[in-house]
Design a binder for this molecule. Structure first.
Ligand code: GLY
Length: 341
């Protein structure tokens, strides 16, 4: 019988106990990952995942998610889901009920409808207000918003928006903006059978161009799991993780004998290959034994206003414990031996 482990990104702290409970009951890593991510997706105060997530430029919330089973290498993903609040569950159904790996847009919504998932309005009042303010460039500061605890985040978002809107150049604007406006949940779990599962869910880049899809539903980019070596998942600028196949790099490095820490650092170091295009990314890596680390090329989370960290729980310590991410400087030139070099 294996020690059970579950690890997740900053925004998963209140959800991890549910995943841990399931793992301790002997449930599969797949169940633990799905149920843990659903809790984050259902949190209306999380503006980057599930219902309550910030919308695209047109004010429509578009959700992306993926799940990968490390035992079978089966995977399911959805992108641009507009009517259903738990994309991770629909991604799992894509994996289990279809021969496909990814459903997008209307097709993903239709699939959820056929499976009798309940339709939900994904745009919350808060998210709609922020979208309106974003479009008009109005100040948030004197608006009577309801939830006091989210006020800090709103001010933070708005300051970024204001600065970016003032630049007025779309390409430049999105390029810069994209570096700062991503939020995602990553969960990796290992169950009593030693099976590993990795799940990722996001509402993507806030105020993105409609149809824009990041790394979260792209297997190899934002998510990868293989029982033989381990698993990895990303948060940050999805376009960069797609261009580098970042999650796959970390798992590949572990397949070549690197530790989880070495694999995470090597993956983040490949961001240097993109030169000036480089953006902010964090990778969460678990090896086949359950050793887990996270590495990032930035030190502080602007949304959570604290050092980048992740949460981990296991059979011996079932209460989530906070661990700091390893910081990797990708701004200075240094000879590396990363995958692309
Ligand atoms: N990493 C999430 C996204 O770029 O959509």
């Amino acid at each position: 019988m294996h020690n059970v482990i579950i690890a997740g990104t900053i925004n998963s702290v209140n959800a991890i106990p549910k995943g841990m409970e399931l793992l301790l009951q002997g449930k599969s890593a797949l169940d633990a990952v799905e149920e843990t991510i659903k809790i984050v997706e259902d949190n209306p105060n999380d503006w980057s995942v599930g219902s309550g997530g910030l919308p695209n430029l047109l004010g429509e919330v578009e959700l992306d998610a993926s799940i990968m089973d490390g035992k079978t290498l089966k995977t399911g993903a959805v992108a641009g889901l507009k009517k259903y609040k738990n994309p991770i569950s629909i991604a799992r159904q894509v994996m289990e009920q279809t021969p496909h790996a990814l459903l997008v847009g209307e097709g993903a919504d239709q699939f959820a409808s056929v499976l009798c998932f309940e339709e939900t309005e994904l745009l919350s009042e808060n998210a709609s207000d922020i979208h309106q303010d974003f479009l008009s460039g109005k100040s948030l500061v004197n608006k009577p918003y309801d939830a006091e605890e989210t006020m800090k985040k709103k001010e933070c978002y708005f300051k970024i928006f204001q600065r970016l809107v003032q630049e007025k150049k779309m390409m430049e604007w999105y390029t810069k903006y994209a570096k700062e406006n991503h939020g995602t949940v990553n969960i990796i779990a290992k169950d009593m059978n030693g099976d590993i599962c990795c799940g990722v869910s996001t509402s993507g880049l806030s105020f993105k161009l409609p149809g824009r899809t990041g790394d979260s539903p792209i297997i190899g980019a934002g998510n990868y799991a293989d029982n033989r070596y381990g698993a990895a998942a990303c948060i940050g600028v999805g376009e960069i993780a797609i261009r580098l196949s970042l999650a796959r790099i970390a798992v590949y490095e572990m397949s070549k004998g690197k530790t989880a820490e070495e694999a995470a650092i090597l993956a983040i170091e490949t961001i240097k290959d993109l030169g000036e295009d480089a953006g902010f990314l964090t990778i969460l890596v678990m090896d086949k034994e359950g050793h887990t680390v996270s590495a990032a090329n930035f030190e502080f989370s602007i949304f959570h206003q604290e050092r980048m960290h992740f949460w981990i729980a296991d059979s011996l310590n079932p209460i989530p414990t906070k661990r700091e991410c390893l910081y990797v400087d990708t701004t200075t030139e240094k000879e590396g031996e990363g995958y692309h070099r």
